[in-house]
Design a protein. Sequence first.
Length: 428
Amino acid sequence: MSETAKIEYNGSTVELPVVTGTENEKAVDIGPLRAKTGLITLDTGFKNTGSTQSAITFLDGENGILHYRGYPIEQLADQSNFLEVAYLLIYGDLPNKAQFDAFTTAIKEEMHVHENVKIFLSGFPQSAHPMGMLSSVIAALHAFHPQDLDPYRPAEAIDRTIIRLLAKMPVIVSWIHSHVRGLPCVQPNANYEYVEDYTRMMFSVPTHDYKIDPILVSALHKLLILHADHEQNCSTSTVRIVGSSLANLYASISAGVNALWGPLHGGANQEVIEMLEEIKANGGDVDLYVNKAKDKNDSFRLMGFGHRVYKNFDPRARIIKAACDEILGKMGIDDPVLSIAKRLEEVALQDPYFVERKLYPNVDFYSGIIYRAIGIPVDFFTVMFALGRLPGWIAQWKEMLANKEPIGRPRQVYVGPVNRTYVPISAR
Ligand code: CMC
């Protein structure tokens, strides 16, 4: 007999099925609740609401555990590479050699981006935020690939759309970077590995040959893997919900990019470095900023701190903190902002305000320091997050369609005025 949970309302009892996940996570299936009681559930911000049953990412916020398709993030970040992780997320298993070769070959075949994308980009002021340009260009891809619009095409055709977007994303990001710098866009080159080629396109200047930097490439693989998926967060839920209307992949991912942009989500990495720079400029007084964050009359928050799900530590932050020391050490960079970040973490973690609320550094706290060290401009930090998150968004979009999930459409409790009678403007 499967488990059930009972809800008593208005003198009658409703028995609801309990769903158990493979990691023994439990959920009450409230589907029958309304039909039996007239009640809906109310959960602003979906703090305790599961929107799907997913086989992609497991996250245990109490114990700081993150697995992609069952594999611990620590192992993947240490031993895998970004495209292998992308394959794992999208197709469910680690690829064998032949599968990986076929995957990377298909990506190489799809790297070219239509020349008109440059014309489209040139319409943006050079000061435009790269996230706005990124979401616009991704949405615009539908016009260049009209055959990709129907999400219910045969699996091979859907796969080609997925490959197309994965292949073009680094090119698009690098072209946005070229646009803001007023430099020519660099064409992709299939002789390079995915992340290598991204760094080449991103950092090439017309006057010099670009030399691939293995330290930089390896740091990026790690960061992109750490960003690759994070179950039902704001941007991923956006991708799934937009996709559930049967909008095409480009539209769904473009929506995800916009959701990620916000400072409470992926935009936090830019805010963190700006906050650390401000602390440095104001003499490094960490306590002042910790006190500001605690002051309920001050809207300031410690950016890069706190998480909806992690209530002990964010395993990604631990890996990135260690990587930060290692990468800056290898590059011979002594960034004073790193010392400020560490001191800020130390002070906050001893402060009862942060302890009681279980606020810890998240993935965005140290990532910006690495991005800056390897030459990524501050307003491109969130774009890097998007580049890393793309395989996760795609995997979630694919899973949502495979599950034939219904269109996402929450309910609400109406609290506005009732039954008013219209009065013409002349009489008001
Ligand atoms: N600084 C100061 N106080 C905080 C912070 C912070 N960074 N984060 C949460 N709090 C307080 C908040 O004021 C509230 O206090 P009280 O109970 O007294 O009202 C309590 O902690 C709970 O906060 P919440 O906003 O209700 O928690 P949430 O789960 O809705 O929000 C969060 C999670 C990540 C949006 C929030 O912690 C935050 O704004 N952090 C800073 C932005 C940030 O770093 N975002 C990146 C998240 S990780 C990357 C990603 O996946 O997007």
